[in-house]
Design a protein around this ligand. Structure first.
Ligand SMILES: [Zn+2]
Length: 463
């Protein structure tokens, strides 16, 4: 729980975390290095000084990292009430402090036994000593959307099924106006001809679903922006089975659809005045006697045939059908998809940046601006006219894997591009950024990071 109060009360019940960028307080014996914590015990109360280094060298990322470290420090383990005093009243810095609290201290411990007495940050009441502001409340809302995404991505694949995600969406939109829902299950996907989507799910006992939320709160003449998330609730790789060290985290292959849930939550909470289509394309890429096969040629909703070169390149197949269906039936003027699409994107950019592709320099520029502002980072990678040569097939219109060894993130993006039909479009590959392994990275602990939620929420708020 987090709240704002202009003046720290220093009540005896609370402990105080004081962020400091230089020595000012006489209780401090020396100037603290960045990341150094210094406890001072005053009766019942603990004052924890947290060094931020020199103010002019402090980045907002650093600030989030230090807030996280301070709140997770063992000094505060058993303490319930914490007052957090930022080193400045500057708005962007205070927002970063809020994110350090809410994003930085998120932990996935649903299945873990807890030590008695242990107050995880979730149980703490944290008061930030600043004047309440609309902007800060908005940051809190966005962090809560992010948390929903992270919970969905972190939980078991057999719990977070297509049915479960449909229930999440239905619960979120319940009671809201100007909202319409279309859900295509196996029966409807078949009747309408989304055979690429169906092929991917063929080996699974679970229901494939295409969920489309139409949110009509913008002006009548304003076009619709579609956000489409890949929701592979588990990706075994199919008959091209993934190997050990690659398969263990594959419950996260629905991170795109998880991000769409977080964004939907934010859109509703912030009452965005926009016309939006929020789309979840959900399947499970399972292995078994019914699974689709390498070498198969499948004709999707757009009428294009695809040779399956590798059953593990399944995300582009479900997205291709989702794109075609949404374009034909909802006619958005802009589309952005978000997907854990390629291991190649992880090789190219690592874990701290999502890969961004677009057929529009303007859209790419706007998305990169939001990425910069929110620290939900992205880096643009190329698609270009000649790249489509690499996804040609001798027996079909397209092949779902590339004929060359490198640039796998780019050829995957180009495959999607083939289903975009001239509409303004961008693709975020979050294969690396959606998840933090082992001890975490930046200000994210282990597990899902909610990549794309802050970036796209900010984009929708400002464009
Ligand atoms: Zn795959």
């Amino acid at each position: 729980m987090i709240s704002f109060r202009p003046k720290a009360k220093y009540d005896q019940e609370s402990s105080v975390v004081l962020l400091t960028s230089q020595q000012k307080d006489k209780r401090l014996k020396k100037e603290l290095e960045k990341g150094e914590v210094f406890p001072v015990f005053e009766g019942q109360r603990l004052v924890l000084f947290v060094g931020l280094g020199k103010a002019d060298q402090l980045t907002l990322t650093d600030l989030r990292i230090q807030v996280r470290k301070a709140l997770l420090s063992s000094y505060l383990k058993k303490i319930k009430n914490v007052e957090l005093i930022p080193h400045t009243k500057e708005e962007e810095a205070v927002k970063a402090v809020i994110e350090g609290v809410l994003i930085g201290t998120y932990t996935w411990d649903k299945y873990k036994s807890k030590e008695k007495d242990d107050k995880t940050v979730k149980d703490k009441h944290i008061t930030i000593a600043v004047d309440p502001k609309k902007e800060y409340e908005q940051t809190v809302v966005i962090c809560e959307g992010l948390q929903l995404t992270r919970d969905l991505v972190n939980d078991n694949a057999d719990l977070i099924t297509s049915e479960y995600l449909e229930k999440i969406v239905r619960d979120l939109i319940k009671g809201h106006k100007n909202i319409f829902l279309e859900v295509l299950n196996k029966k409807e996907l078949k009747a309408k001809g989304l055979y690429l989507h169906l092929a991917v799910n063929q080996g699974s006992t679970k229901e494939p679903k295409l969920i489309i939320v139409k949110y009509a709160s913008g002006k009548k003449d304003e076009g619709y922006t579609a956000i489409v998330g890949k929701g592979m609730t588990f990706d075994t790789g199919g008959i091209n089975l993934k190997s050990t060290n690659h398969i263990e985290t594959m419950k996260i292959d629905m991170s795109g659809a998880g991000a769409v849930c977080g964004i939907l939550k934010n859109v509703l909470k912030l009452r965005l005045k926009k016309n939006l289509l929020l789309v979840l394309s959900i399947a499970e890429n399972a292995i078994g006697s019914k699974a689709y096969k390498p070498g198969d040629v499948i004709v999707g909703y757009a009428g294009k045939s695809v040779e399956i070169g590798n059953t593990d390149a399944e995300g582009r197949l479900v997205l291709a059908d989702a794109f075609s269906y949404v374009f034909k039936n909802y006619k958005p003027t802009k589309m952005i998809d978000i997907a854990t699409l390629t291991g190649a994107c992880v090789i190219a950019l690592g874990f701290d940046y999502s890969g961004l592709f677009s057929n529009s320099d303007e859209l790419a520029k706007d998305l990169l601006a939001s990425a910069d502002k929110t620290d939900d980072r992205a880096w643009r990678l190329p698609i270009y006219p000649e790249i489509k040569e690499y996804i040609k097939s001798p027996i079909a219109d397209l092949k779902n894997i590339s004929s060359i060894r490198g640039a796998g993130a780019c050829t995957a993006a180009e495959f999607l591009h083939q289903f975009v039909d001239g509409t303004t479009w961008a693709h975020l590959d979050i294969a690396g950024s959606a998840y933090a392994e082992s001890q975490g990275r930046l200000y994210y602990g282990h597990g899902a990071t909610g990549a794309g939620v802050r970036l796209l929420t900010d984009y929708l708020l400002n464009n």
